[in-house]
Design a protein. Structure first.
Length: 212
């Protein structure tokens, strides 16, 4: 994933002579919806409790394009979650407690980056960037309320993607992300047994946006 993102940055450096230098830039707002496939770094912990470590997330955001030259800013939000059963680990084996649990996660991104167009591919806009991530996590059980847990954690995100106009002011694109949310879990239960502490992971995102 990180190699893919690095490829966008390298492509921008190699293609520098091909950029349009004379364009007068005015900030443009773009609202978009996003559909994410998120693979969690703490894969064993999520598999033990929810039976999966990959989730579908839905959200949206706003990009401010051409803030300065080809720099853009972003604010985005997405939500995901799943239902499973509380568990513990004994002798390396996961044992279910048969107590239902509901896990919900919210990611808020505040980021910025750089966009570029290759003269050989004028319809496509490539971009890459980085920013801060606030990751909200909560788990609730109807029959074990004393063990409910929730909190917000700070992390980082790096990303790269490509977009193309599809109809009038509508654009579509794909994006790859790598998130890191360290020291968010790992103090108790299955995450402590598996020594998993990071709530980050890899994200593949599909974006549909509307330019102003």
């Amino acid at each position: 994933m990180r190699r893919l993102i690095g490829g966008f940055v390298l492509a921008g450096c190699v293609a520098a002579p091909a950029w349009a230098q004379d364009r007068v830039e005015t900030p443009v707002f773009r609202a978009y919806v996003q559909f994410d496939r998120v693979g969690m770094s703490a894969s064993q912990s999520f598999e033990a409790v929810l039976g999966k470590s990959s989730f579908m997330a839905v959200g949206g955001g706003i990009d401010v394009i051409d803030v300065w030259r080809r720099v853009f800013a972003r604010v985005a939000l997405s939500r995901m979650g799943g239902d499973g059963f509380r568990a513990f680990v004994a002798n390396g084996e996961v044992v279910s407690l048969n107590v239902p649990i509901e896990v919900r996660m919210t990611a808020i991104e505040v980021a910025g980056g750089w966009r570029f167009v290759l003269r050989t591919l004028p319809k496509y806009t490539f971009y890459g960037g980085a920013g801060l991530l606030r990751f909200g996590y909560s788990e609730k059980s109807e029959f074990a309320a004393g063990e409910d847990n929730s909190g917000g954690f700070l992390g980082q995100v790096i990303f790269g993607g490509v977009e193309v106009p599809v109809w009038k002011r509508v654009v579509a694109g794909v994006e790859a992300q790598y998130r890191s949310v360290p020291n968010a879990i790992g103090d108790e239960a299955v995450s402590a047994a598996f020594q998993e502490t990071n709530l980050g992971g890899a994200v593949l995102r599909v974006v549909i946006g509307i330019r102003k």
